[in-house]
Each structure stands twice: as C-alpha cells, then as structure tokens.
Design a protein around this ligand. Structure first.
Ligand code: CMC
Length: 432
C-alpha cells in the first residue's frame, strides 16, 4: 500500500481559506511539497540556509545522508571510485551515461586538446601579487576566460554550452597548477597531452623544465580518486551559487568563477585547508584534549575542522573511501611515523570515541582525509581548495547545463521576511 501523501493543505488561524498544495515525488529520496502556488496568494515561506527547501529538480546526484549513500547518475560512489577514472565520471555527470570505449577516447582527445590557455592569459597571472592565495587567482583567471572565449558564450545554443563546458574542464587544471607555480616563482609548465588528467595536473604542479618528471602511479591514482569523490555533491552552497548566477543568463565562465568563490569558504571547500592549518596549530598529540575542549565550548568559535557535515548524519561514504586511500598513500611514501600524520590519526581516533562527537554524529568528513593525502603528496595547504574547485568543475558544469535545459528553470529570486524600520521621514541633518 502506498502511504505517501499526494497533497498537503496549509490552513490559517485567521479564517483565511486553506490552500491545497501538491506533493511531488522524485525517483529516490524525500517527497517535496510544491509551494509554487503560494506566491499567488502573497504568502511566502521562511527557510534560512535552505534547510527544508528543494530549489530545483535534478537527475545528476543523489545523497542519502542518514544512510551514508552518494550516487552520481544512479551509480554508487564506491563503484565509480573503484572502476572509473575522473574523466569518465565527468562524462557521466555531463552526459548522463558512462562513455563506451570510443566515446571515452574522443572525450579524452577533446579535453586534452583544449588544455592550453590563451597565451595572453599569462599576463593576467602576472598582475597578481606573488603571494596571492591560489583561490583568489582562480576566481579572477577563471572569470577572465569570458574575455577570451566569447565565441562560446551564447547560452541558448547547446553547441556553445558544450564548447564552454569542455573548455572549463580542460583549462581549470592548468589555471589551478599555474596559480601554484606563480606563487613559487617557477616557470609555468604546459599541459602534456600524453598524460592522463590526474598525471597531467601533477606534472603541471611538480615538474620543472630542468628535470624529467615521472608521476608516481599510486599517487596519481589517489589524486584521481580525490577528483572523483569531489566531482559533484547535489545542491551544496557552491553549486547553488553556480545555478543562481547562471539563472540570470550569465556566461558559464562567470558562473564557475562564482562557484569557486563560494567554495573558498571554510565551512565548505576551505575545510581541507583549514584541517591541515588546525593540525599544525595543535602541533602535538598532547594538545588534542585542549582543542577538543575548545570545540565543545559554545562560547568559543573554534570547531574541529574536517568533522561534521550538513547532509551526512552518518559516515560520509567519500570519507570511508578516502580513509583507505589515505593509508595507501602514507604507506607508499613511508609516512606512517610522520608526527603530523600520527597526530591526525590520533585526533580521528579520539573524536570517534568522544561522547560529544558521537552523540551529534560528527564523523571525519572527506576533507579531513583528502587534506592529509594531499599534504603527504607534497601539495601545499593553500592548494587544497583549488584542487577541490578543479574536481567540482565537472559537477558545476553538469548542474549549470541541466538548469539551462530545464523548462521550469527561472531566474533565482528568493523573497525575505523584512524586519527593518517601517516608513519614516528623513530629518534634515541638523535635526538628526
Ligand atoms: N566541531 C565541533 N562541533 C561541531 C562541529 C565541529 N566541526 N560541527 C558541528 N558541531 C556541533 C554544533 O556546534 C552543534 O552542536 P549543538 O547541537 O550542541 O548546538 C551540532 O554539532 C550540529 O551542528 P550544526 O552547526 O547544526 O551543523 P551544520 O549542519 O549547520 O554544519 C558544518 C555543518 C559542516 C558546517 C559543520 O559541521 C562544520 O562547521 N564543520 C567543520 C567544517 C568542515 O569540516 N566543513 C566541511 C564539510 S565537507 C565539505 C563539503 O561538502 O563542502
């Protein structure tokens, strides 16, 4: 028997007529009450942080936070991480199906064929301070792509949208790696098309013109996995930002640049960098107790970075995969006894047993482990969020394209509960 409601009724305690609203069902997950008709009655709902609001329909990613499930286009993240590489996953997110062998080869050729940047973009990098944060550089340079690739910016044209999507997926790794090289003062390394997506990024990050660089296959695989796990995550802050910016018809490069800006925040993509900064601040296993005490103290703003998640109230499935990868990488590099990694593992153990964290279901999230993996690979903390942005580009593009193909999509325009002054009269300055 189907006990699901098909209608909901809002009644009012002032005698106004009740309003009947349809209940919509998706293919998985929660049903939603369709409140679109309320606006016609001049009634609005209040939901800061969108805790109870579905802002769109989407067939890309499904999360069940209670049960720790994450699917891209119906495929569990565990299977994708095991059997696919990042470009296959990006293709899946963008096209809805995994590529066959021919489609995969064609996609690789298309993306690697677009990985160079317009030469004039070098000058844009050179306008930044050398110590600029890579995310600051990425927000600027990705946004500036719209000044270079305006032949693909008519968002009403499917071909333009596809060309921009390919350009973004191809060029964001180059931009991210160059933002690091620029910090270091080393020459920019050009993409190498014979390398795969992950290896090519590592080459652009770590190679110099002076020496031959061979990416370590275990580290390249781990890096590829980081990209897969971060490729999409439903309607999170940065994805919602991309959709909101895109809803006005803004060009794709501006939309992804806005997504990068949103991701930068420490409560979102900045958490992996913040985790390593926090571990450095804690410094020693003997100080874990002091920091746990601070994390529990409601008068202290400090939070244990890399713990907790808005949606997962169970172990984040990505964290479980990354935890395994983390141990593989530490073993490969012989870093199990490194004091920083020992500290991280001890913090994980203590927090997983602590009543405060257990009762609130605050588990280590994917960024706790991905930060440790990237640190072990020699990637500096300041690049962590840039790499998250590079991974998430596939998801942002897929979500942006889906929005533009959705006949129900509208410009995003939330309402508000006004709490300011009622009408008042301006007094001359002498009387204020
Ligand atoms: N350390 C200490 N206490 C915490 C933490 C934490 N990291 N996270 C949540 N809490 C407490 C919070 O104080 C609250 O306690 P109480 O019920 O006593 O008031 C309870 O747990 C519920 O927290 P919440 O603030 O309602 O949870 P939220 O859904 O609003 O916030 C979060 C989720 C991710 C912003 C938060 O857990 C956090 O700030 N974590 C640290 C930052 C982090 O690692 N973010 C990365 C998320 S994964 C990457 C991504 O997908 O973007």
């Amino acid at each position: 028997m189907n006990n699901k409601p098909t209608k909901a009724t809002i009644s009012f305690d002032n005698g106004a007529a009740p309003i009947e609203l349809p209940v919509l069902s998706g293919s998985l997950g929660n049903d939603v009450i369709d409140i679109r008709a309320l606006g016609k009655h001049d009634i609005f709902t209040y939901d800061p942080g969108f805790m109870s609001t579905a802002a769109c329909n989407s067939s890309i990613t499904f999360i069940d936070g209670e049960n720790g499930l994450l699917y891209y286009r119906g495929y569990p993240i565990e299977e994708l991480a095991e059997h696919c590489d990042y470009l296959e996953v990006a293709y899946l997110l963008m096209h809805g199906e995994l590529p066959n062998a021919t489609e995969k080869q064609e996609f690789i050729a298309t993306i690697s064929g677009s990985s160079m940047l317009h030469d004039q973009l070098n000058n844009i990098f050179r306008g930044f301070r050398r110590d600029a944060h890579p995310m600051a550089v990425m927000v600027g340079v990705v946004g500036s792509l719209s000044a270079f690739y305006f032949d693909s910016m008519d968002i009403r044209e499917a071909k333009h949208r596809e060309l921009s999507a390919h350009r973004l997926l191809a060029k964001v790794p180059t931009i991210a790696a160059w933002s690091y090289k620029y910090n270091l003062g080393q020459p920019f390394m050009y993409p190498q098309n014979h390398l795969n997506y992950a290896e090519n990024f590592m080459h652009m990050m770590f190679a110099t013109p002076c020496e031959k660089y061979e990416p370590n296959p275990i580290l390249a695989k781990a890096f590829d996995r980081i990209l897969i796990l971060h490729a999409d995550h439903e309607q999170n802050a940065s994805t919602s930002t991309v959709r909101l910016v895109g809803s006005s018809g803004a060009n794709p490069f501006a939309c992804i640049s806005a997504g990068i800006a949103s991701l930068w925040g420490p409560a979102h993509g900045g958490a992996n960098e913040a985790t390593l900064n926090m571990l450095e601040e804690i410094g020693d296993i003997s100080r874990i107790g002091e920091y746990l005490k601070r994390a529990k103290d409601k008068t202290d703003n400090f939070r244990l970075m890399g713990f907790g998640h808005r949606v997962y109230r169970n172990m984040d499935p990505r964290a479980a995969i990354m935890r395994k990868t983390c141990h593989e990488v530490l073993n490969e590099l012989g870093l199990n006894d490194d004091p920083m990694f020992k500290l991280a593992m001890e913090l994980e153990k203590i927090a997983l047993e602590d009543e405060y964290f257990v009762s609130r279901k605050l588990y280590p999230n994917v960024d706790f482990y991905s930060g440790i993996v990237m640190r072990a690979m020699g990637i500096p903390n300041s690049m962590f969020t840039a790499i998250f942005a590079l991974a998430r580009t596939a998801g942002w593009i897929a979500q942006w394209s889906e929005m533009h193909s959705d006949p129900e999509a509208k410009i995003g325009r939330p309402r508000q509960l006004y709490t300011g002054a009622a009408r008042r009269t301006v007094m001359p300055v002498s009387k204020r």
